[in-house]
Every structure is written in structure tokens, then in C-alpha cells.
Design a protein around this ligand. Sequence first.
Ligand SMILES: NC(=O)C1=CN([C@@H]2O[C@H](COP(=O)(O)OP(=O)(O)OC[C@H]3O[C@@H](n4cnc5c(N)ncnc54)[C@H](O)[C@@H]3O)[C@@H](O)[C@H]2O)C=CC1
Ligand SMILES: O=C(O)C(=O)Cc1ccc(O)cc1
Length: 304
Amino acid sequence: MSAPDAGPVPASPAPPLAGVLAVVGVGLIGGSFAAAMRQAGAAGTILGAGRQPQTLARAQRLGLIDEAVTLEEAASRADLILLSVPVGATGAVLARMAPHLRSGTLLTDAGSTKADVARAARQALGDRIAQFIPGHPIAGAEATGPEAARNDLYQGRTVVLTPLPENRESDRLLLRRAWEACGAHVVSMQPEAHDAALASVSHMPHFLASVFMGQVAAATDSGQRMALAGTGFRDFTRIAAGSPEMWRDVFLANRKAVLDELAEFREALDRAEQSLRDEDGQSLYDFLERAALARRFWGSRSRL
Ligand SMILES: NC(=O)C1=CN([C@@H]2O[C@H](COP(=O)(O)OP(=O)(O)OC[C@H]3O[C@@H](n4cnc5c(N)ncnc54)[C@H](O)[C@@H]3O)[C@@H](O)[C@H]2O)C=CC1
Ligand SMILES: O=C(O)C(=O)Cc1ccc(O)cc1
């Protein structure tokens, strides 16, 4: 007697990339990673760890994480761990997790600077350093905390990985696939090249916007000035609303590259100022035109 025909055997769903994902620091960046990984079906259980129990409770209510756990528990249970805390906290967080890590666990981070993060990780993890791959999603906002998290934050955005010589190829591939599952495009580069470029196009804009915003806010007639401010002021100063803790750490971590950029900027500012002092309309026009063409060209290629 033959068995009744049950039809084609249904394919079992592919296992998630990370059976257990842990996010340390469930704010904008970590919360968005959790949300995107969940939406893609790339994470099974999602654990959250951090500094403030109230933040983790909010993240759980928002459905970003399934459970709030200690750093030690995250280290011992997770297959993949994302650190999304201010870069200055990296060493202390990893040092607490190190004794509890399983050998198969992969760690990464989302910090805005990379050379200091790699140094701190080396010191904290010692002979487990192969398990840590530094990373940086070039996506974000001035808003902070789990309420700011979005499952589409990384769609179409670039994620930079700065792998260490010790990292295993299979781990690099897994991390690349995780970010791709979040909709990102992954590139690899050297940490020093990353930090120099980001000093120019991310850290400097924040520094300048903050100095400028502080100067306007300190004026005796700041209320009147801001009542008259339009979209140019809004666009130019938007990023100054970002987290002071996060940005303090970025500037301290990338101090040398930012100081180099500031020196170059000061020279360019002096040249532009001289054109104005000299009432040199041609030279003013030339520098404004160069900037306008460069900005329009970048805008037409960058989708931003
Ligand atoms: N905000 C942005 O646009 C971007 C930020 N980044 C990087 O991502 C990281 C996180 O930034 P956001 O998510 O924007 O900040 P956030 O303030 O939204 O979230 C950070 C979370 O880390 C927790 N935290 C802080 N110190 C901690 C510690 N010592 N131990 C455990 N938890 C701690 C905070 O309680 C908070 O929940 C930073 O390293 C930042 O440089 C990277 C790309 C973009
Ligand atoms: O708010 C914006 O427009 C940003 O550019 C966000 C941002 C901030 C810090 C990073 O390291 C990367 C991206």
C-alpha cells in the first residue's frame, strides 16, 4: 500500500541570520537596526542592553526588543551583538562583556569614528579581537532615543566596515548580509581613511553648525533673530540639535583630523572674508559659483 500523496514538501523557512541579536544602546541607531532586522526576518529573538532601565522598557513597549537584559547576559546569549553607544563608552562596555562571550558570537558597532573604536576593542577583548568587526552606518538624524528609531533608516544608505586583519571571512560576510537585510549598501575601508573623510563631511558640519547656533542663541536679540529665521537657517542648523554626549565623544575621538580640517577651513574662511573686505565682487562671485556648482553636482548624484 502506498502512502497518500501529501503533495510537495513545503520548504522550511531559512533560519534568521542571527538567532539571537543583542543591541547595546537601544536609541536611534541601535533601535533602527533592531527594527530593520526584525522586519527583514533576519533576527529571531532581540535582546536589548544599556545604561537606563527606563529606556530599555520604552524600547520593549515600542516592540524594538523582546527582552531587556544585562550586558553580561547579552554577551552570553547573543549570536550577533551591535554596540550603538557613544564611542567613548565602547571600551568599558566591551570589557564588561568580554568574560561572558561565547567563541561563536560576532560583535560589531555603529560608532561614528573607527580608529579609536578598534583600539578600545583590542584592549578590551584581547585574544577575542577576531570576533569584533568595526562598522559605521552613514545614516541618522538629530533625534535620539528609541522613539526616533525607524525600520527604514538604513534603506539605500551606505554602511562602512573597517575590518581588522584578524576577522574571519565568514564573519565579514555575515555582517555584510545583516546590513544588506536592513537595506544598506556595504563598503570596506581603512579606519584612518574613514576618520579623515568623516572629519570633513560629518564632524566639521556638526562643529560649525553648533558654533553658529550657539553664537546666534547667545545674542541679546536672539529671540527676534530666530523669529525671523527661515528655511536656510533651519537647514544649516538642524544637526546642532543632536546629542551633546555623542558628539563630544566623536570630537575627542577624532580630535586630530577635526583640528586639521578646522585649520583648512579657517584659511578658506579668511580668503572669503578678504573678498568681502576688499569689496571684490568678482572673487565673491567666483567662490559662490564654485560652491553652488559643487553642491548641485553632489545633490544630483547623492539622493540626499
Ligand atoms: N545619531 C546619528 O545620526 C548617528 C550616530 N551614530 C553612532 O551611533 C551611536 C549611537 O548613537 P544614537 O543612537 O544616535 O544615540 P542615542 O542617544 O539615540 O542612543 C544611545 C543609547 O546608548 C545608551 N548608552 C549610552 N551610554 C551607554 C553606556 N555606557 N552603556 C550602555 N548604554 C549606553 C543610551 O542610554 C542610549 O539609549 C554613537 O556611537 C554614534 O556616534 C552613527 C551614525 C549616525
Ligand atoms: O543628521 C544627519 O543628517 C546626519 O548626517 C546623521 C549622521 C550623524 C553621524 C554619523 O556618524 C552619521 C550620520
